[in-house]
Design a protein around this ligand. Structure first.
Ligand code: DGJ
Length: 541
């Protein structure tokens, strides 16, 4: 009998433990997509990142969080400042963390927490003064010209241990106060790592390693992934005869690109230790963001060796505990950056994008075309009139269809359109149909399309509900549907309804016919209007 009770007890402990585990925020695959699972369900982040210093202004937090709530966010990205968490060595103060978590709960938001630790935008300005001042114990990077920088070197175990100790303390604290409620759903480890003004560190230890053998783990990866290696990496390796032993220069040749590979590898090895220890303390999905290598700059002119798309192979090998890498988009080329980061095994999450009205259009493209996990403009609290802000209007309609969007991800059941003055039209195949999206101003009937008015950025996403049924949500886009099957049938519009979703139920609000559907030729959402439309198609000959 005693034995049976003991077994039952073990079973209960195991079952509860296992359940607790499965409820923890985690990443899961759905088809080709990677989704963030919160409370057992996919969670798409309608986000925004706070300006760097905002989370330290405790008395302003209510105003800030109220703005976020009115903007329709479900997630806010909040920095955790090492200098304020550990102002004195080993003495931790989590006042700011607790304040952010409490406010998020009060305003019904989730948090992605950003560890501003040893590196933030290349620099080490968030290191506490006891670290900064003790430069002998916590050494700096050195330029080629021998100049020490305000950047802690990755080639120091003291630097690593100090950052790791603080990050683990933070994760333990979050686990203690938040494991039950799970307000914090993901962590960013460090922020925009990257070497400047040179492509690599020239401190003594760095020089030694640069001239030593490339680590076996990297060589093994190159060898076993030869057929799928990223193009630039493969080309450098090929140009040097696919060597499998030798220094960085022996294997990849001389040049800034090789310096950058070395930098990425060593940042990766450093971050892996922090990420692994942090996850052990409290397991949350963990990613790293990057300042992009835009405007044709060379490594070192941009922060070299960071979580950049062309370095994904390196980061994956050196830092397997980092679940994915993410772009901070401040430059032109939005669609290209999305495509570069949404690759096999790397989901698209945009933790930062320049604060702009145009995000209201871009967000549809990110979610619809690239199975985005989340979208998050920077300095989001700067919104003046949240009720009328364009992104609020986008978030308002996206919120209604998030479960449908989540269900469509990774299965080829959605697409996205994003247009401006130069890109006005695009055709994609979705299910049995060829969809052509157009900027509404590209039809000649609005005065703005011909009077020289600027074409605002517009965007929409399409979700396939069943073979002949689609939802289109967005602003300023018209969509036509043509039969993509080679069966001689012609496609017509059976009906279009403007709809709302309440508690997940679709409620028709207006039949969109006549002028509103161009007499049955297309579905259209006007510029300046935001809505969701439900279209049914039929075929004839
Ligand atoms: C990117 C950084 O990651 C942010 O913390 C912030 O500094 C912005 N740049 C400012 O534009």
């Amino acid at each position: 009998m005693k034995k049976v009770i003991a077994i039952l007890l073990l079973y209960v402990i195991f079952a509860v433990g296992a359940q607790g585990q499965s409820q923890q925020p985690r990443l899961a695959k759905q088809g080709t997509a990677t989704q963030l699972i919160v409370d057992g369900k996919p969670f798409l982040m309608l986000g925004g990142e706070l300006g760097n210093s905002t989370a330290s202004a405790l008395t302003d937090l209510d105003t800030v969080f109220s703005t976020l709530q009115q903007t329709g966010l479900n997630t806010v990205l909040v920095p955790a400042y090492w200098e304020l968490i550990e102002p004195t060595e080993e003495k931790f103060d989590f006042t700011y963390i607790d304040a952010a978590i409490n406010k998020a709960r009060a305003y019904d938001l989730k948090i992605v927490m950003l560890w501003f630790g040893v590196w933030k935008n290349s620099m080490s300005c968030y290191a506490p003064l006891w670290v900064k001042e003790n430069y002998k114990k916590y050494p700096r990077t050195v330029t080629k010209a021998g100049q020490p920088q305000e950047i802690l070197t990755a080639f120091s175990s003291n630097n690593l241990e100090a950052d790791k100790h603080a990050f683990v303390a933070l994760m333990q604290h979050i686990g203690k106060i938040d494991a039950a409620e799970q307000t914090v759903i993901m962590m960013q480890v460090e922020n925009e790592i990257g070497m400047i003004p040179d492509a690599r560190d020239y401190c003594k230890e760095a020089d030694k390693l640069f001239n030593s053998a490339v680590p076996k783990a990297f060589i093994d990866y190159l060898t076993s992934h030869k057929s799928t290696l990223q193009k630039s990496l493969l080309e450098r390796w090929a140009a040097n005869g696919f060597r499998t032993n030798g220094s960085w220069i022996d294997i990849f040749g001389e040049g800034l690109e090789t310096d950058e590979l070395f930098t990425a590898w060593n940042y990766g090895v450093f971050v892996e230790e922090i990420a692994k220890a942090g996850k052990k303390a409290y397991s949350l999905p963990l990613y790293l963001n990057a300042a992009l290598n835009s405007r044709n700059r060379k490594p070192g002119e941009y922060p070299s060796g960071g979580a950049l798309a062309h370095l994904l192979d390196v980061w994956r090998t050196a830092a397997p505990s980092v679940d994915f890498i993410a772009p901070d988009i401040y430059d032109t080329g939005f669609a290209e950056w999305c495509a570069q980061y949404h690759t096999a095994g790397n989901p698209l999450f945009i933790p930062e994008i320049r604060f702009s009205d145009t995000n209201a259009a871009k967000v549809f493209y990110a979610f619809g075309e690239h199975d985005a996990m989340g979208f998050s403009p920077f300095s989001i609290e700067d919104i003046n009139n949240p009720q009328e802000y364009p992104l609020t209007k986008s978030y308002r309609i996206l919120r209604q269809i998030l479960p449908l969007l989540a269900a469509a991800q990774g299965k080829g059941n959605s697409c996205g359109f994003w247009f401006d003055a130069t890109n006005k039209e695009r055709t994609v195949t979705l299910g049995n149909y060829r969809l052509t999206g157009r900027h509404v101003y590209s039809y000649g009937w609005t005065s703005q399309s011909t009077d020289g008015s600027p074409f605002p950025e517009v965007g929409a996403l399409v979700i396939k509900l069943s073979d002949n049924e689609f939802l289109v949500a967005g602003t300023g886009v018209a969509v036509t549907f043509a039969n993509a099957l080679d069966n001689g049938m012609v496609t017509g519009i059976a009906s279009i309804d403007k709809v709302l979703f309440e508690d997940g139920k679709m409620i028709p609000k207006c039949r969109m016919n006549g002028d509103q559907s161009h007499q049955g030729r297309h579905l259209r959402i006007e510029v300046g209007d935001w809505n969701i439309q439900h279209i049914k198609l039929y075929n004839y000959k």
